[in-house]
Design a protein around this ligand. Structure first.
Ligand SMILES: Cc1ncc(COP(=O)(O)O)c(C=O)c1O
Length: 282
């Protein structure tokens, strides 16, 4: 299932060609995006996603259509979605810098699409992960803002290449590591560890995306009396943790059972508690 809306709220046949060959989003990956989970008609963390879209646009010096237009286009897509037959939708917001040599008008649209069977299987069964070097050090984001390390840009070719490398190594997913061997994030997710009743995740200052899912989970956990920490995490802590998860809007909180070929702790009771905490936000 696919639904496509423009920012004036017009619905477009998703098979209609929309981008021109000289759109900078296509030519250079020069644009930004967000992917939001909607369940039973309700978008999760919509405002947090729009905040992050605006932040990415600021870092990229990109003209972004008004928030009200995005909200309207999201509502249009959700209004068309067949909730009776599909309870979840991935809603994608895309904005490019527009045409090469154009007047600077961005190309923007919102699409809704079904979740894949494979994603559902991974949510249910858990995943194996490999750690891969990202080649950045923890101070890089501040030193080199032009690398756009914390912006959610359309330039995901490296992230996709890392996933293919994981597949070559018989794993489902990746956790990137920094040059000091601390944890960063997955190609499309944040990493969360549980250690003695405390949840931990690496800090955005290390050059990773501030995750809306991880944020929602930590807020729910704090309200339920858990301690949480956003701190540098050395790679070896993965194997000492009580549990490890990858968190992102569409995958939700997916449990990791194997890292670099070695099992990590998986406690189904703990996994259930973590998932319930996250779901309690909605
Ligand atoms: C690189 C990266 N890190 C983290 C995340 C998790 O963000 P969120 O929980 O807001 O989906 C994503 C989401 O796709 C991502 O692409």
């Amino acid at each position: 299932m696919r639904i496509l809306a423009l920012l004036d709220g017009t619905l477009v046949d998703p098979d209609t060609p929309l981008l021109r060959s000289h759109d900078l989003g296509v030519q250079r990956g020069d644009g930004i995006f967000e992917t939001i989970l909607a369940v039973d008609g309700h978008p999760r963390e919509l405002e947090a996603h729009l905040d992050r879209l605006e932040r990415s646009a600021r870092l990229m010096e990109l003209t972004l259509p008004d928030r009200a237009k995005w909200q309207h286009a999201v509502r249009t897509v959700l209004g068309e979605w067949p909730w009776g037959s599909e309870r979840e939708a991935a809603v994608k917001l895309v904005c490019t810098r527009g045409l090469d040599g154009g007047d600077g008008t961005p190309t923007a649209f919102v699409s809704g699409q079904s979740l894949s069977e494979e994603l559902m299987r991974k949510r249910a069964r858990g995943i194996s992960v490999v750690t891969l070097e990202r080649g950045i050090d923890p101070g890089m984001m501040e030193r080199a803002p032009w690398l756009l390390l914390s912006a959610k840009t359309l330039s995901y070719a490296v992230n996709m290449a890392a996933l293919r490398e994981a597949e070559r190594r018989d794993a489902d997913e990746v956790v990137f590591t920094a040059s000091d061997d601390s944890l960063l994030e997955g190609p499309t997710s944040n990493v969360v560890l549980a250690e003695d009743g405390r949840l931990a995740t690496p800090p955005p200052s290390s050059g990773i995306l501030r995750g809306t899912t991880q944020g929602a989970l930590f807020r729910a956990a704090e309200e339920a009396g858990w301690r949480t920490a956003v701190e540098p995490i050395a790679r070896e802590r993965l194997w000492r943790a009580d549990g490890v998860w990858l968190a992102s809007s569409i995958r939700k909180i997916t449990q990791v059972h194997t890292i670099d070929g070695t099992s990590v702790a998986t406690d189904s009771g703990l996994h259930e508690r973590i998932c319930k905490l996250y779901e309690s936000r909605y």
